[in-house]
Design a protein around this ligand. Structure first.
Ligand SMILES: C[S@@+](CC[C@H](N)C(=O)[O-])C[C@H]1O[C@@H](n2cnc3c(N)ncnc32)[C@H](O)[C@@H]1O
Ligand SMILES: [Zn+2]
Length: 667
């Protein structure tokens, strides 16, 4: 209360003392492309008022740090615009405090905190690696103190050029949070809205040279500039008003690439990818969000093709397929410029996906790109899927030969259920993650408990990620294996044990609660299900003789599956009870409506959300008793894997409204 009162008093004093000054809206203003900012030791409030009120009452956002005014490139937020005006609220996330208009004039989705936390965690480790190659250590608040000589990297030649030697005689420098690091990284948040993410970078991630927070909405940039000042990070964060593509092309043309580019658009990032793969520095990092999940997960394959150059299809593996499609698209676009991607981490969460990839240049490696992509043949009857790589790479001594792949991997109909295949892709068929990098992120979080609000979930998800079979694209889901043959579902441990007993590898997937990733061929999966059905028989007389269940169960298993539970069938992340899949974070959650001039969210959209959210949960709860009643459609040909209605289940979270029906309990 005291702090708020002081801020209000300060605001009123400023308005009275500077009656001529008005809030600059920035409407129609264009700014030149941002350059790195020179550092200046000034607290803007102090500079203008003689005394900073927040300092006086001890609530200065960066009391111990030097602060700078926002640059010329930023909006004029130093005017009578802040800090908090009537009708505005202050939202705290991480170390940032964001002034926010109550109306929906500038975008903010609190549910994306996980996305922002994860990004801070990932870029911290990326920067740690980048800077350690230059002999610079980073000091992350909460981590054990770096016992090295601290060198001020933010000011002057002298301080930066002569780092003092430590006890071992090695010259060490340490980059701290909130300080400009001359050797540090330059980040572009291309679609920054309120600037929350950029401000969090500035306040939580060490080793930054500069952060450019860009948006093409003048309202957003005006607010962002105020937020930059409010948080005292003007020396690190520059607001920019530009079309993100133009900004990236311009920076590329001026040979001023960004080390990290963050794309967090409304829906699809497709239109920004071409510029982003060019504007990122050699070995730099692209962080990309997609929230157009209906398109990417199979509801509109042709739209997916037009955006990403890949057909999405309906399948239980839709969450991972979406990850593989965006990676395919990024690699393809990079290839145009003799560049290629190396994924560090690709995560499916809630109603969106988020990928972190490095971009490198290399003609020879680009030649291998075709062999990293695959088409998928997915049976519409039983969901058995097979991959067809687009190219073939064979090694000849130290050289590689590239040729067309041979195929197809399947016959005209499915060998298990005699149904047709749908063709999806091409999609990225190589590993989604760099396990060593993910382990680094995990270790850093492990030694810094409580660094992020969603840390438990990050640790849970990343632990699962490290357990995933990296060489097995896509997955099967347990409930759909059993629903295909209309039998009850084995427990996860029983099914995993059966695969392990049979000599195959198996893992879960962070992308879906019931997922089974395995190197066992589909024939083994169906044999295990046949053995399970022998123990829990279905009423064969009810099966149509054209149904997938009939065909699959008509074949004798060649493998005698053992369902005796093995100790190693329970993955570590599950044993430890880590938070792997979270419950719905808030009512009517999901992708937020676009910000619009004048603010507000249309009542029709809100009503629609209320209407649809948990729709399938209600249906499953209402119809739970139906589970034991034979389905009328059992005698019909099932096209179950594309349209399984089993979105219910116990306790788990359902897909967001924009996911097509994937039949699992997870987002
Ligand atoms: C989903 S919001 C970004 C949210 C933000 N990254 C965060 O974490 O809170 C997308 C933003 O992109 C902006 N935008 C959309 N198209 C753009 C373009 N072509 N250039 C620049 N900004 C754009 C919108 O004005 C909007 O503020
Ligand atoms: Zn089939």
């Amino acid at each position: 209360m005291k702090a708020e009162f002081a801020l209000l008093a300060w605001f009123m004093r400023r308005c009275i003392r500077q009656p001529g000054r008005t809030v600059t809206t920035g409407r129609g203003r264009r700014f030149p492309p941002p350059k790195d900012l020179p550092a200046r030791k000034l607290c803007p409030s102090k500079d203008m008022e003689g005394q900073c009120p927040q300092e006086a009452n001890g609530s200065h956002p960066e009391q111990s740090e030097e602060r700078l005014p926002t640059s010329d490139l930023a909006m004029d937020a130093g005017s009578c615009a802040g800090p908090v005006q009537t009708g505005e609220t202050v939202i705290a996330e991480g170390k940032a405090k964001i002034i926010f208009p109550s109306a929906n004039e500038v975008f903010y989705n609190p549910v994306q905190e996980f996305n922002r936390d994860l990004t801070c965690a990932v870029i911290t480790e990326f920067i740690r690696l980048q800077l350690s190659a230059k002999g610079i250590q980073i000091a992350v608040p909460g981590e054990e103190k770096v016992e090295k000589v601290v060198v001020d990297l933010s000011e002057g030649e002298e301080a930066g050029s002569e780092p003092a030697p430590d006890e071992e005689g090695a010259a060490r420098a340490v980059a701290a949070v909130g300080e400009v690091c001359k050797e540090g990284v330059r980040i572009l948040e291309a679609l920054a809205a309120s600037g929350l993410r950029s401000i969090r970078f500035a306040k939580e991630v060490p080793g930054l040279r500069a952060v450019v927070a860009n948006d093409f909405s003048s309202k957003a940039v005006e607010l962002m500039a105020r937020n930059v000042e409010f948080n005292g990070v003007g020396h690190l964060v520059t607001s920019s008003l530009a079309d993100a593509r133009m900004l990236m092309y311009q920076q590329k043309a001026e040979k001023h690439p960004f080390d990290i580019i963050d794309l967090d658009p409304y829906g699809s990032p497709a239109t920004f990818l071409d510029a982003a793969v060019q504007a990122v520095s050699e070995g730099g990092l692209l962080c990309v969000t997609c929230t157009d999940m209906a398109v990417m997960a199979g509801n509109s394959g042709e739209t997916c093709y037009s955006k990403y150059g890949a057909m999405s299809i309906k399948g239980k593996f839709c969450h991972e397929m979406a990850l593989r499609i965006i990676l395919h698209s990024l690699d393809l676009r990079a290839n145009c410029y003799q560049r290629y991607i190396v994924p560090l981490l690709a995560v499916s969460a809630d109603f969106y996906i988020r990928v972190f990839v490095r971009v490198f240049t290399g003609q020879a490696t680009v030649k291998a790109s075709a062999s990293k992509q695959a088409l998928v043949y997915n049976c519409v009857g039983c969901g058995t899927h097979h991959f067809q790589r687009l190219g073939k790479m064979t090694s000849h001594g130290s050289n590689f030969k590239y040729s067309a792949a041979s195929g197809p991997p399947v016959g005209p109909s499915c060998e298990h259920c005699h149904q047709r295949h749908q063709l999806g892709g091409p999609m990225w068929a190589e590993p989604l993650h760099d396990p060593a990098f993910v382990q680094r992120v995990l270790s850093a979080l492990g030694s810094n408990p409580g660094r992020f609000g969603t840390q438990d979930r990050i640790q849970g998800v990343l632990s699962m990620v490290t357990e995933e079979l990296s060489d097995v694209p896509l997955y099967y889901t347990l409930d759909c294996l059993s629903s295909t043959i209309h039998c009850n579902t084995p427990s996860l441990l029983q099914f995993r044990s059966a695969l392990l007993h049979a000599g195959y590898r198996v893992s879960l997937s962070h992308a879906c609660k019931n997922a089974i990733k395995t190197d066992a061929p589909p024939s083994v999966l169906w044999d295990i299900m046949r053995c399970w059905e022998r123990l829990h028989p279905v009423k064969r007389e009810r099966l149509s003789d054209t149904s997938p269940a009939f065909h699959i169960l008509s074949v004798e298993p060649t493998l005698q599956a053992s369902f005796t539970v093995r100790e190693d069938a329970n993955p570590k992340s599950r044993k430890q009870g880590l938070k792997r899949f979270q419950e719905n974070p808030e009512a009517y959650w999901g992708p937020k409506a676009r910000a619009k001039a004048g603010g507000g969210i249309s009542t029709s959209l809100q009503d629609k959300r209320k209407l649809h959210q948990n729709k399938r949960k209600e249906r499953a709860e209402d119809g739970g008793h139906l589970k034991n009643i034979p389905c009328k459609r059992l005698k019909e040909v099932r096209t179950g894997w594309g349209g399984c209605e089993s979105g219910g289940g116990s306790g788990g979270q359902r897909c967001g409204s924009s996911w097509p029906r994937c039949g699992c309990n997870t987002p």
